[in-house]
Design a binder for this molecule. Structure first.
Ligand code: DHB
Ligand code: FE
Length: 286
């Protein structure tokens, strides 16, 4: 059976791709962010996930304001980076696992969600940043399944909906018959607002509350509406939904392996958190 081995949650920012391309990892501005990654890579080298299921948000690449799905799931054999800029060198395409994608799609539809099913899907910095941070040589050892959560066009799905989606995805993964090790990624966040009157808004106290909830369980965050999250985390801080969905997929025992929090990168409170997951509690409950 497939097994969820953990969740890696990380901020994504186009400038991170640019810093990687220009080898600026040790410059004072970037060092505190890039220092988070060696322990994560050590853990990955030990755990060796076969598939990475990404909860992320598309930034206008596949979907725009004219047609915006609340949730979309990729079922492609291959995903090409079409990130938006900075003159970043192209990176190798990333393999998909369409069989697992369709299994997840079937599971979540059965559980009351209606994702757009994408047999063509380009990927942006929300996927390429974490992939390059995890695997700097860009020889991807794992396939991906991208699950996009609308964080642009209102009405936005809030914590409760995204928690429900995560539960359904987790259940589908855990019922997949192949022996795959699956890592979840929650891409985005934490608090940030890129434009408007509150540009640069960061909320350390709320970020700390979220990082703690990721360890002990995100259920206390379900009291917030999507608009509460906009208020507390900034207009783009709603990317936190990707973290909540990933955490909700893990219903076994969770242990925090690594955490860093650094302000700011661009206008963002950047955070990296790695949680490992074992099914002990699930087995006990069964
Ligand atoms: C920026 C872009 C993002 O998608 C994000 O989540 C944070 C910051 C940026 O352009 O600075
Ligand atoms: Fe973003």
């Amino acid at each position: 059976m497939a097994r969820i081995i953990g969740t890696l949650s990380t901020s994504h920012i186009p400038a991170i791709g640019n810093a990687i391309a220009k080898k600026q990892q040790n410059e004072p501005y970037w060092k505190p962010f890039f220092e988070a990654w060696p322990p994560v890579r050590e853990w990955l080298a030990h755990e060796r996930p076969d598939v990475i299921v990404f909860f992320y948000n598309d930034h206008g690449l596949n979907f725009f304001l004219d047609k915006m799905p609340t949730f979309a799931i990729g079922a492609c054999a291959e995903y090409v980076s079409e990130d938006e800029g900075w003159g970043i060198p192209t990176i190798p395409s990333i393999k998909g696992n369409p069989k697992l994608s369709w299994h997840i799609i079937n599971g979540v539809v059965e559980d009351g969600f209606d994702p757009v099913m994408c047999q063509e899907m380009a990927v942006d910095h929300a996927i390429t940043n974490p992939m390059l941070l995890m695997y700097p040589d860009a020889h991807w050892p794992a396939a991906i399944v991208p699950i996009a959560i609308n964080s642009i066009q209102h009405p936005l799905p809030g914590p409760k909906r995204c928690y429900g989606l995560g539960r359904a995805v987790g259940k589908a993964i855990e019922s997949y018959p192949e022996d795959l090790k699956v890592l979840l990624v929650g891409s985005g966040g934490l608090s940030h607002q890129l434009d408007g009157a509150r540009a640069g808004f960061i909320n350390k106290a709320f970020d700390a509350e979220c990082l703690e909830a990721m360890v002990s369980g995100v259920e206390p965050l379900l009291k917030y509406s999507s608009l509460d999250v906009v208020e507390k985390a900034g207009a783009q801080g709603v990317e936190l939904m990707c973290w909540i969905a990933a955490r909700a997929a893990m219903q076994g025992d969770v242990t925090e392996v690594a955490r860093t929090y650094h302000i700011p990168i661009s206008n963002t409170a950047s955070a990296v958190q790695l949680l490992s997951h074992t099914r002990t509690a699930i087995a006990k409950a069964a």
